[in-house]
Design a binder for this molecule. Sequence first.
Ligand code: ATP
Length: 377
Amino acid sequence: MNEKKIIELKGVSKTFDDEIILDNIDLKVYEKEFMTLLGPSGCGKTTTLRIIAGFVTPDNGEVLFDDVKINDVPPHKRHVNTVFQKYALFPHLNVYENIAFALRLKQKKEKLSEEEIYERVEEMLTMVNLRGFEKKDVNLLSGGQQQRVAIARALINKPRVLLLDEPLGALDLKLRKDMQNELKNIQRRTGITFIYVTHDQEEALSMSDTVVVMANGKIQQIGSPTDIYNEPENAFVADFIGESNIIDGVMLDDFKVRFSGHEFECLDKGFGKNEPVDVVVRPEDVDVVPVDKGMLCGVVDSVTFKGVHYEIIVTINKFKWMIQSTDYVAPSQKIGIYVEPDAIHIMKKSEFSGMFGDYSSFSDELEHLSDVTEEEE
Ligand code: ATP
């Protein structure tokens, strides 16, 4: 990935049937970048991709390619190609002719010889591991093989940007994992910018240089996979990317937060005094300790074996904590939990606050504060 911008969306909005689908989207995509648009169904990922491809015109805002506005440039004149979940191969053409298709369209105009076409098709077949499949009927290929043909076909005319809309969505898990690696390798080898759409967070984290998390037609966060996972900007991102305990809290002061009826040290600052916040703690960051060593204590509701760890649910102060631990505890056992300051992530309240988990109420925390204030007075 380098720092040269290739695509930019500036204040892009789109409404369908009076519903705002994209709300003032700003996005920069760089050359050689593998960018993934990630979010739940209906959040506007495909619409964003279609605006970049030129199939949908935004109501407001600009689409720039190499800093030039392309809002009115038709799809076939943009330097982008798209791979869809449904492979959309030509059923009457064999593998070779499906891949050669884009070259055939300009064969006359650009005076491409059969040898040149052959070399380019063979290069593509090697890239997607389908040498020897030239004459095969595409209808008889497996889903994974058909998708390889679709990728080869989209790359043969060397687009500057490849748009991929849930391209692996129809494949089974094992094949999807294999194809994820292959796609990532193809992207690295060709240096083509990929903009990839998925609702699968694991897929986004494992393949991308940059992840764009979307919800309700807005971008919630843009960052590297580790940033997005370790430093989610709001409760939505924290919940959507991996599992999270999201608890109502009150920031008492810099580096001091109160939740679940206790005061905790944390690494966050710059919030207002007594500002209500969302406190996010990942299940794998909660340590199970003996009751007398716990910062909080509770009784285990349930324990489920998940292969690499146990998933333990403990109710503390009306909130059901999820803990992932390799140590077994028994249901109904009383346990203590311990959380390091760097495992406590503080987030400003957002439109998503209160949507996740089983909340202890703010009023509990605020009641406590008023008790303290009264005592002090
Ligand atoms: P999914 O993962 O389900 O494809 P998405 O995030 O890609 O979701 P979009 O396909 O961008 O979401 O759709 C966002 C919303 O816009 C949906 O509610 C969809 O019904 C609506 N929508 C998309 N295209 C049109 C259209 N041409 N006319 C009317 N509504 C549309």
